[in-house]
Design a protein around this ligand. Sequence first.
Ligand SMILES: Cc1cc2nc3c(=O)[nH]c(=O)nc-3n(C[C@H](O)[C@H](O)[C@H](O)COP(=O)(O)OP(=O)(O)OC[C@H]3O[C@@H](n4cnc5c(N)ncnc54)[C@H](O)[C@@H]3O)c2cc1C
Length: 422
Amino acid sequence: MSDIFDVIIIGAGAAGIGAGLAARAAGLNAVILEANGRIGGRAHAVDVGGVPYDLGCHYLHNASRNPFAAVALREGWRVRMDLHATSVPEMAYRGSSRLSDDERAACARFYEACDEAYITADGDVAGASVIDTASPYYTHYVGWCEAIHGVPPERLSTGDYQRFADVPEDWPVRDGYGALIASFAKDLPIRLNCPVTAVDRTGALVSVETPKGTLRGLSVVVTVSAGVLASGAIRFTPELPAVVQTGLEGVPMGYAERVCLTMDGPVFDTPTQSVHVVPTQGPAAGGMLSLCFTEFGDPTVGAYIAGDLAHDLTQEGGKVALIDATEAALAEVLGKDVLKRIVARDASCWSTDPLTLGGYSAALPGRTVARDALAMRFDERVILAGEACALDYYATAHGAYFTGGSAIATLLKEGLGRGGSA
Ligand SMILES: Cc1cc2nc3c(=O)[nH]c(=O)nc-3n(C[C@H](O)[C@H](O)[C@H](O)COP(=O)(O)OP(=O)(O)OC[C@H]3O[C@@H](n4cnc5c(N)ncnc54)[C@H](O)[C@@H]3O)c2cc1C
């Protein structure tokens, strides 16, 4: 292979697709190299017993500012225009015992107090240091916090929390957010099964090594996750500068996984019934699972398992452990017989997937500025993009997409590494 490109984009997730579209719009000779045999990265919709199910992103967050939402509406994708999900659903359980209305109200007040404490925290400190960790609702809250941020309150940065540009619009995509994002990649020049092993920026052109040969480009956009970048799976010559290494140390990956059980019919009559469970037995005992029954009326039970619980289960037994934990929690709340109604199962395993190594990025307490280090320029020809670099919309698909487009805009403005405007 002796191709020479204006820009080589590494990774075909939301950020890589955003970069690819911007490069095409600018008339650049670009290529996207993707290690996996599919596009989308953490945007991945699968079929579980005949029902589309997102194993990664599912909600169009910040919908009114989200380009994927605009296209979904225009093209007739099936979405539900929800506000934020209720933090404490009507059905919240500790083991098999359901919280009373009073307990639920107290739990909701505790969640609100935590949010308020993060917003008003003085400086960038650990979330746990500004909330009441002795609250009887703390275990429920840890699960909720982990679902949103990928980490428990002791590893939540209040600085990161404060900088997220939150808008209370979270629209689930019935046809799959993963499928919606994949539709954006139509006709982009993507090479699948093409893992990049090295990027050498010492020559006149940047060299990008893959098992299928070496490509050369005027510029390179690297969109792999912060977890993959930190793992050293891609060798950089010269090494990534100390400022970027420090950025990666300050913004590690949190964990988040999704499980789908497709049933022989809807479990509840009411569509999209949320249930939060703190199991007292089974593999997830002491953690918290967010279950969603009969979403859109489909015969599914979805589970969201995040943070340390997701990490520990996937380390122990991958997808199977996540599915077992979900079934055990379901049986504890609704009785064992419900398990006989399962007709198909699937789960993600982002935490151990070598192409992701985590769910989404979460700055450590005191280190939110480390994100700026990931987003800053360190080389006129190589630029990092992806959700971890999205300062206002990190941990989201549209945030990742924006970083891809801006990376191309920046490179163009700087003349693709040749100096001056292109
Ligand atoms: C369980 C879960 C639920 C989520 N829910 C939501 C949600 O509801 N809404 C939302 O907005 N966001 C959500 N997110 C976050 C969102 O999915 C991500 O922020 C976004 O998809 C990240 O896109 P990206 O392009 O930055 O990274 P990725 O999607 O990780 O893309 C990087 C790509 O690089 C590839 N790659 C890795 N190594 C190499 C290599 N060496 N060479 C070439 N290619 C390589 C990967 O295979 C991947 O395709 C969720 C994430 C998870 C895990």
